[in-house]
Design a protein. Structure first.
Length: 196
C-alpha cells in the first residue's frame, strides 16, 4: 500500500487506502502553505483556498459548474476514489462561490443523493463553519473558555483534512463507503467535521 509520502498526485489514487494517504499528503501540504507561510512559496501558490469555508465554497462552485449531468466523481474516465481526489486537487485553487442562500436546504448527509445535493450540503457546512468560528472568537473575546464549545472539532483546513484521513483509516464502516457516491462523500465530510 502506498504511504502518504509517496502519494503526491490524485492520479495515483486507486483505492480508499490511497485516498486516505492522499488526504494526509494534502493536509501536510496545506499546513505548510496555509499556516503562516510566505504567500510567494510554491506550496502557498498551490492553496488559494486556505480556510475550511473557502474550500467548501470552492466545492459549491465546482459542483454548480457541472450540474449538466456530468458525474464529478469521475475525473476524466476515472471513477470513485480517484475522481474524488481529482475534485480535492481542483479545490485547492478553484475560486469560491459564496452564496449563503444555498445553505440550509440539505442539512444531513443522508439527504444527499446527487451532485446538486452535495453542493447544497457543502454550502450548509461552509455557513456552519463560519458561524462556529465567529462564536468561538466571541467566547474568546469575552474571556470565556472555548476549548470544547464548537460543533467543528478542527479550526483549520489542514486539521480537517487530517481528521478526514484519520476517520477513513479508523472507521469500521468501510463497506458503506464503497462504491464512492455523493452520499458517502457527504458522510465523510460530516465525519471530518467532528472526528478528532
Amino acid at each position: 500500500m502506498p504511504t502518504a509520502l509517496n502519494i503526491d498526485s490524485w492520479r495515483q489514487v486507486k483505492s480508499r487506502q490511497d485516498f486516505t494517504a492522499y488526504l494526509q499528503r494534502l493536509s501536510a501540504d496545506c499546513e505548510a502553505a496555509c499556516e503562516g507561510q510566505d504567500p510567494r512559496t510554491p506550496a502557498a501558490r498551490r492553496w488559494t483556498n486556505q480556510s475550511v469555508d473557502g474550500f467548501l465554497w470552492a466545492w459549491v462552485r465546482l459542483l454548480g459548474s457541472r450540474l449538466d449531468g456530468t458525474d464529478l466523481l469521475q475525473a476524466p474516465g476515472r471513477p470513485g476514489w480517484q475522481g474524488l481526489a481529482f475534485q480535492l486537487d481542483t479545490l485547492r485553487t478553484s475560486p469560491p462561490e459564496l452564496d449563503s442562500s444555498l445553505a440550509g436546504s440539505v442539512t444531513e448527509p443522508g439527504e444527499v443523493h446527487t451532485a446538486h445535493d452535495l453542493r447544497l450540503y457543502a454550502a450548509t457546512l461552509a455557513v456552519d463553519f463560519a458561524r462556529d468560528q465567529r462564536e468561538t472568537q466571541a467566547k474568546i473575546s469575552r474571556g470565556e473558555w472555548a476549548g470544547d464549545g464548537g460543533s467543528w472539532a478542527s479550526g483549520t483546513l489542514s486539521q480537517v483534512l487530517e481528521s478526514w484521513a484519520a476517520w477513513l483509516g479508523a472507521t469500521p464502516f468501510h463497506a458503506q463507503l464503497e462504491p464512492v457516491t455523493w452520499r458517502s462523500v457527504a458522510h465523510q465530510l460530516t465525519a471530518a467535521q467532528i472526528y478528532e
